[in-house]
Design a protein around this ligand. Structure first.
Ligand SMILES: [Zn+2]
Length: 166
């Protein structure tokens, strides 16, 4: 089983909580679906470095990820950048978005970092729509008919990750 280190920079308590949740929930999905890779914060193996980037708008629902691989396509290291602060429009004005929404964005970028380049469906959809919760904790991102969290990877994405990590 391959392990991948997730190294969290000074990204603030909100993103730290969201990234930890993304790691836990992706690991649980991978285990259930037989994807042979485990993410570990402060673990060993190739490293995904995570930081925030003021150049990414807080209204965005994505980050930016670049991954470096060896000749065989194996991950050497990856760099994930996230918006500094996520916001969502409400009838009462703009407020900070909840951790669940942040988790989906972090998880989307982590899966890119693991080598999943294309956008298809579910977590790896090209277009994710903000869904306003009654409270920040209920904010979600929607891909087609699927609102996350909980995180959902399509069968295509699972097969792609198995191919990359087997
Ligand atoms: Zn993407």
């Amino acid at each position: 089983m391959a392990t991948v280190n997730v190294k969290l920079g000074s990204i603030g308590s909100h993103w730290t909580a969201a990234c930890k949740q993304a790691v836990a929930d992706l690991n649980s999905l991978f285990r259930r679906k037989g994807v042979p890779v485990v993410l570990a914060i402060g673990g060993s193996g190739p490293t995904i470095s995570v930081r925030t980037d003021p150049a990414i708008a807080g209204t965005a629902v994505h980050g930016k990820t670049s991954a470096e691989t060896d000749g065989g396509g194996k991950l050497l290291k990856a760099d994930v950048r996230l918006p500094v602060k996520l916001t969502i429009n409400t009838p009462k004005g703009i407020r900070d978005a909840g951790t669940g929404m942040a988790e989906v964005i972090a998880a989307h970028e982590f899966v890119h970092a693991l080598g999943h380049e294309p956008h298809n469906t579910h977590l790896m959809a090209q277009t994710l729509q903000k869904v306003l919760g009654d409270r920040a904790a209920g904010d979600k991102l929607q891909a087609g008919a699927i609102a996350m969290p909980p995180l959902q990877l399509s069968d295509d994405s699972i097969d792609m990750l198995k191919g990359l990590w087997n």
